[in-house]
Write a new protein. Structure first.
Length: 94
């Protein structure tokens, strides 16, 4: 399913084949300079995630906060109440 991965300056991009077309499947941020459109970044607190995106999140793994809109899931991985990574993932099973 996954074809390519690139890690450039703290951003990992995963490409998958979807219906015969190479498609960006996920973008994973580890760099504290990267932030979401709403201004949440790696190194911010878990409380900032919840105050910005609300408490209607899914937690599929321990210490994760995932918000889905349309075909994209925005996930925050938290350790010691601090965001350590942010990931946008395409929901290809919809």
């Amino acid at each position: 399913m996954f074809k390519k991965a690139a890690n450039i300056l703290g951003v990992e991009i995963i490409v998958a084949e979807v219906e015969g077309v190479d498609t960006v499947y996920s973008v994973y941020f580890l760099d504290p300079e990267m932030q979401t459109k709403e201004g949440v970044k790696v190194s911010d607190s878990k409380d900032k995630v919840i105050s910005t995106y609300g408490d209607n999140y899914e937690s599929t793994v321990e210490n994760s906060y995932a918000y889905t809109k349309d075909d994209v899931t925005l996930s925050f991985i938290v350790q010691n109440d601090t965001i350590i990574s942010i990931e946008y993932t395409l929901n290809i099973n919809n």
